[in-house]
Design a protein around this ligand. Structure first.
Ligand SMILES: Cc1cc2nc3c(=O)[nH]c(=O)nc-3n(C[C@H](O)[C@H](O)[C@H](O)COP(=O)(O)OP(=O)(O)OC[C@H]3O[C@@H](n4cnc5c(N)ncnc54)[C@H](O)[C@@H]3O)c2cc1C
Ligand code: FES
Length: 280
């Protein structure tokens, strides 16, 4: 069992778990992920490592409650545990001094982006940072991101805080200073960022999150098309050049099991609410 040593609610339906996993904490690098299974009946699902604390032997995971597995995970309490945790998986982010970097984070993925961004900051890069969410109440890691950024911007889909759209990135890019863009967040956001940066020819690193099962390159579930070539996100990624990704294929593959996922989430909620379950 991997013990949950701390649990926090960062925003509605966004939880932070600090988990005692010294072997993983010793090797974890920004950009990598773990695959977990809550109990013997649970499915395997990936979450990105949002921090690793060597002295405490812990890793931090930040996740959104979107379906059955993440809702079940959110229901666990401090002192409880997770049955299986495999990792660190995937390739770490490339951390070196590139110069000025534009970091764009969206939703729950702002937390793991902070892990990457702070390593880039330590490597001597100047950071221009943008964080975004559907609405201002869902913004996370704002103070932490601000603290490592030379320039800091906020964007919300409903305009409740900061800019409403990502068009203002053009203004930042047109100054000619940005050497690299790193973006983590919803697929549609990363696709938009890549479309905006492409005419400027600035390398844009995206973190892809297709459906994964084994996480070791065996099942083929996480395949994506990069410049027409099939790649497995779990072993070849999860970071890729955003200008080379077939975004439409990725979006359609992510939705393959939507009806089953909705049904499974609904059944889980009904079971949780049932009087038999509450008295059990
Ligand atoms: C490399 C990687 C890193 C990720 N990091 C994070 C993270 O740090 N925080 C976070 O909140 N989410 C992260 N995700 C997404 C997370 O894995 C899904 O939200 C989770 O699996 C949903 O499971 P569910 O049963 O709660 O929801 P479901 O209702 O089963 O699914 C909701 C949606 O999540 C996606 N999903 C479902 N199953 C999987 C799966 N096995 N693998 C990947 N995606 C799936 C699908 O797009 C699906 O439509 C990451 C995904 C990948 C591939
Ligand atoms: S998750 Fe199976 S090949 Fe990547």
């Amino acid at each position: 069992m991997y013990k949950i040593v701390a649990k926090q609610e960062l925003a509605p339906k966004i939880k932070l778990f600090e988990i005692y996993a010294p072997d993983i904490a010793a090797k974890a690098k920004p950009g990598q992920f773990v695959i977990l299974r809550i109990d013997e009946k649970g499915e395997r699902f990936p979450l990105t490592i949002a921090n690793a604390n060597l002295s405490k032997g812990t890793i931090t995971l930040v996740f959104n409650e979107v379906g059955k597995s993440t809702k079940k995970l959110a229901s666990l309490t401090e002192g409880g545990g997770i049955l299986d945790l495999v990792g660190p998986l995937g390739n770490p982010s490339e951390i070196k001094n590139f110069g000025s970097i534009l970091c764009v984070g969206g939703g729950v993925m702002i937390a793991p982006l902070y892990f990457v961004a702070s390593a880039l900051h330590k490597a001597g890069n100047e950071l221009i940072t943008v964080i975004g969410a559907r609405t201002k109440d869902l913004l996370i890691s704002e103070d932490e991101m601000k603290a490592i950024s030379r320039e800091f911007y906020i964007t919300t889909d409903d305009g409740s805080k900061g800019y409403k759209r990502l068009d203002f990135l053009e203004e930042i890019l047109s100054k000619g200073e940005i050497k690299r863009v790193v973006t983590m967040g919803p697929v549609v956001m990363m696709k938009t960022v890549s479309e905006i940066t492409k005419p400027y020819g600035i390398k844009t690193i995206v973190t892809l999150t297709p459906i994964m099962v084994d996480g070791t390159g065996m099942c083929g579930c996480c395949r994506v098309s990069i410049e027409g070539e099939t790649k497995f996100t779990c072993v070849d990624g999860p970071e890729f050049d955003g200008h080379q990704v077939d975004w439409d294929l990725l979006i359609s593959r992510q939705r393959i099991y939507l009806p089953e996922e909705r049904m499974s989430s609904l059944l889980y909620e009904r079971l949780e609410e049932s009087p038999e379950h509450k008295t059990a």
